[in-house]
Design a protein around this ligand. Structure first.
Ligand code: C2E
Ligand code: MG
Ligand code: MG
Ligand code: MG
Length: 280
């Protein structure tokens, strides 16, 4: 219950909403100090090939552990960070940490794993993004091919001309590119053809329905075919059941990511998982 209708039609904010707003303000303020206070860390969710169940890559997902609020969900704090601009330093921290992690995996003797990082609209609009990523990768001694930049359709479509240029620069620098939450935005084939995207990430909402909804199955099959026609890989997000996995396999999907194989893992647990599931 967000709002209450008053007797004479006036709307009152409920105490719930006030508390919510207060929380947002406090969170936004606390977020500014989160890097310095060492409250941020990355977790890593495995991505597996459907054909043989081997590990192909991972997605880095940001976590915030606050002394007062405990674990705050990125679904809550990323939008706040975008509104206040904190996302820019936080995004840089994520990139640096991700590169450091890839380097550590290599030094630990893991087979080469591609690590995907999420980049939001505000970060993507920063003209220095590409140069910074290149410098960070060079400093970390990590080839750009090992980093995949995840962008949602909404970001790519906000300003397609500018986005296309940035994607082209990232591609030329050697970074891999994927479209996140695919199917929830307004894609057009032409933008996918023009952008040098490697991978489509089929949104969880389609995967959720795939086992009981023929239309969801047809849509997934169409998205997979489209990815392949454009020379891209298709990965399904949010796969939780064997039944979903079987349907995705029947649709020709290449990879899956989801709780069925693994939740996002902390660094040490990921290394153990990678050792057990690496390509031979
Ligand atoms: P996303 O990039 O689409 O990430 C996938 C989300 O789905 C993650 O939520 C992941 O934990 C969750 N997930 C994975 N498998 C399953 C499953 O089988 N079932 C269900 N129910 N959920 C699954 P998370 O970690 O809470 O992140 C939420 C969103 O926050 C991400 O969505 C992404 O948009 C954003 N985010 C996370 N980390 C970062 C970051 O470092 N930078 C930016 N800009 N955004 C981030
Ligand atoms: Mg993502
Ligand atoms: Mg997604
Ligand atoms: Mg998402």
């Amino acid at each position: 219950r967000m709002k209450q209708e008053g007797r004479n039609g006036l709307r009152f904010f409920s105490p719930d909403l006030q508390a919510n707003t207060q929380r947002s303000l406090e969170l936004a303020a606390a977020l500014k100090g989160a890097i310095a206070a060492n409250e941020l860390f990355l977790v890593f969710q495995p991505q597996m090939a459907l054909r043989d169940g081997r590990l192909t890559g991972a997605e880095a997902l940001l976590r915030w552990q606050h002394p007062k609020w405990g674990a705050v969900s990125p679904a809550e704090f990323i939008p706040l960070a975008e509104q206040t601009g904190s996302i820019v330093p936080i995004g840089r921290w994520v990139q640096r940490q991700a590169l450091r992690t890839v380097r550590a995996w290599d030094e630990a003797g893991l087979p080469p794993i591609t690590l995907a990082i999420n980049v939001s609209a505000v970060q993507f609009a920063q003209t220095e993004l590409v140069d910074e990523l290149c410098t960070m990768a060079r400093d970390a001694g990590v080839p750009p091919e090992r980093i995949e930049i995840e962008l949602t359709e909404a970001v790519a479509l906000r300003d397609p001309v500018a986005a296309g240029k940035t994607l082209q620069r990232l591609h030329n620098a050697g970074f891999r590119l994927s479209i996140d939450d695919f199917g929830t935005g307004y894609s057009s084939l032409s933008y996918l053809r023009d952008f040098s995207v490697n991978k489509l990430k089929i949104d969880r909402s389609f995967v959720r329905d795939i086992a009981h909804d023929e239309m969801a199955r047809r849509l997934v099959r169409t998205m997979v075919d489209m990815a392949h026609a454009l020379g891209m890989t298709a990965i399904a997000e949010g796969v939780e059941t064997d039944e979903q996995r079987a349907h995705l396999q029947a649709c020709g999907c290449d990879e899956i990511q989801g709780f069925l194989y693994s939740r996002p893992l902390e660094a040490d647990a990921f290394v153990a998982f990678a050792r057990a599931n690496a390509r031979p």
